[in-house]
Write a protein that binds this ligand. Structure first.
Ligand code: ADP
Ligand code: 5GP
Length: 191
């Protein structure tokens, strides 16, 4: 009865390195379901609830964690130093893998290592910015964080980059199309 399970692909990398942009490009050529995470952070201009994230209160988030409904969760520096939680809802990911769909998670590094422990067959891909200068330019250019929050995200980026070696693959996002092409090949198992 049961067919082939889908592949679980985890994409991490510092905020502003281009994960969202590359994933959008990848979607033009490669079929996958992009998991919608839960978060306690505020909704940003241009985001849609249920599409970009499910926006939860701290209590709602923690009760899902306690009920075993998260595949992984982590805290991340939020606005003005406020701790923000992010997590991957478990049931939709497991059911889609079971149904043979490839599932892509775009999460930070602590979450990625929890996924590898829970599901060792997951393929972990780290997207690396070409340089710290370029990362800063991209974050500032995006214009979605205040200057003090950009500073925190750049500090966090250094610790994230130090963990890139624990990933199965590292891909530099120099050029969006090339980066997406490389990830497509990884998913298809060509490299
Ligand atoms: P992330 O999802 O990793 O936080 P985004 O996809 O939001 O990053 O990208 C951050 C900014 O950098 C955006 O303004 C985006 O247009 C830009 N960007 C992404 N990839 C590249 C690239 N290869 N070259 C130049 N700019 C890029
Ligand atoms: P942002 O606030 O810019 O949307 O995301 C901040 C960070 O949280 C990014 O590094 C993003 O990859 C990460 N993130 C988003 N969803 C999840 C999740 O479900 N789990 C974990 N661990 N990190 C997440």
């Amino acid at each position: 009865m049961s067919g082939k399970r889908g592949k679980l692909i985890v994409i991490s990398g510092p905020s502003g390195c281009g994960k969202g942009t590359v994933i959008k490009k990848l979607a033009e050529t490669t079929p996958f379901w992009l998991s919608v995470s839960d978060t306690t952070r505020e909704i940003r201009a241009g985001e849609t609830a249920g599409v970009n994230y499910n926006y939860l209160s701290n209590d709602e988030f923690m009760s899902k964690v306690n009920d075993g409904l998260m595949l992984e969760h982590a805290s991340y520096s939020g606005r003005a130093g406020k701790i923000t939680y992010y997590g991957t809802p478990k049931p939709p990911v497991l059911s889609r893998l079971e149904a043979g769909e490839n599932v892509l998670l775009e999460i930070e590094v602590q979450g990625a290592s929890q996924i590898k422990k829970a599901l060792p067959e997951a393929v972990l891909i780290f997207i690396m910015p070409p340089s710290m200068e370029e990362l800063e330019a991209r974050l500032r250019g995006r214009g979605t964080e205040k200057p003090e929050d950009i500073k925190t995200r750049l500090e966090t980026a250094k610790t994230e980059i130090a963990l890139a070696d624990s990933f199965d693959y590292t891909v530099v996002n120099d050029e969006v199309e090339t980066c997406a092409e490389r990830i497509k090949k990884i998913i298809e198992g060509d490299i």
